[in-house]
Design a protein around this ligand. Structure first.
Ligand code: AMP
Length: 271
């Protein structure tokens, strides 16, 4: 991968990179399409990274579809599909980590200790392998985007991070590989996540922008349906992700829920 990247760079080509964990959907494809528009060569990676999963999380059952993913990448005009094995990425027990302090420890990081250390480490390794000029990430994973941007800035990495909007199903549910864990009933239930975020957005437009009121609105909508449990719900500063006690011009609503065996996250920026 490194010598291929060198070849592209020596030929004066810009490299766009879309890192993923596979089981590709239209959200991933939107990143690939943007990369295709903006760069000469597009590299996508598929790697389910063990170091970002906790001991009791879904690493072993994370959905995989290599044949389908290959087709999706071809259709999206990807030039290189990089699919390293765990043994290739981590030939030894990992002892070198990238830790983006502070922002990695709140929200998703508080529920999933070590998660963002795993993410920052593997993305850093992938950047060194693929040597991209631009890397494309989805705002669906809002905190992940913030962590990566800080990592790139803090370590002076010569990569432009591009964050793109969340692609949603018709009923608003954010596309996610983990939606495949949902039964038909649970899939209906899951629509409440975006309904709740939209209700809060509506309230912010027409009523109050007070964080506590917005949270109450979200909770009320979620409580209307059975079988959904809020893991965390925060209104935070869009840059620092520090929770807000009072309203400000721009705010991000961040939510994580459990539905059956699925744990889903979503967010909405109010500005
Ligand atoms: P994953 O395979 O879940 O690790 O995601 C790989 C990349 O795709 C990450 O940058 C995600 O934020 C992005 N992504 C996942 N779901 C969506 C979505 N519904 N819309 C836009 N981007 C997404």
């Amino acid at each position: 991968m490194q010598s291929l990247a060198d070849t592209f760079r020596k030929a004066g080509k810009t490299i766009g990179f879309v890192p993923t964990m596979g089981f590709l959907h239209a959200g991933h494809v939107s990143l690939m399409q943007r990369a295709r528009q903006e760069c000469d060569v597009v590299v996508a990676s598929i790697f389910v990274n063990p170091t970002q999963f906790g001991p009791n999380e879904d690493f072993d059952r994370y959905p995989r579809d290599e044949a389908g993913d290959r087709k999706t990448c071809e259709a999206a005009g990807i030039d290189v599909l990089f699919m390293p094995t765990v043994a290739e990425m981590y030939p030894e027990k990992p002892s070198v980590f990238v830790n983006v302090e502070g922002i990695s420890d709140i929200l998703e990081g508080a529920v999933r200790p070590g998660h963002f250390r795993g993410v920052a480490t593997v993305v850093s390794k992938l950047f060194h392998l693929v040597k991209p000029h631009k890397a494309f990430f989805g705002q669906k994973d809002y905190q992940q985007c913030a962590v990566i941007k800080r990592m790139v800035k803090g370590l002076d990495m010569d990569v432009e991070v591009v964050a793109l909007p969340t692609v949603r199903e018709r009923d608003g549910l954010a596309m996610s590989s983990r939606n495949s864990y949902l039964s038909a009933d649970e899939r209906q239930t899951a629509a409440a996540i975006y309904r709740a975020l939209s209700a809060a957005e509506q309230l912010a437009k027409t009523g109050t922008r007070q964080p506590e009121a917005l949270k109450n609105k979200i909770q009320a909508v979620v409580r209307e349906v059975k079988g959904i449990e809020i893991d965390y719900l925060e209104i935070a500063d869009p840059e620092s992700l520090v929770p807000l006690a009072s309203e400000q011009d721009s705010m991000v609503l961040l939510i994580a829920v459990r539905i059956g065996r699925a744990r889903l996250i979503d967010n909405l920026v109010i500005s």
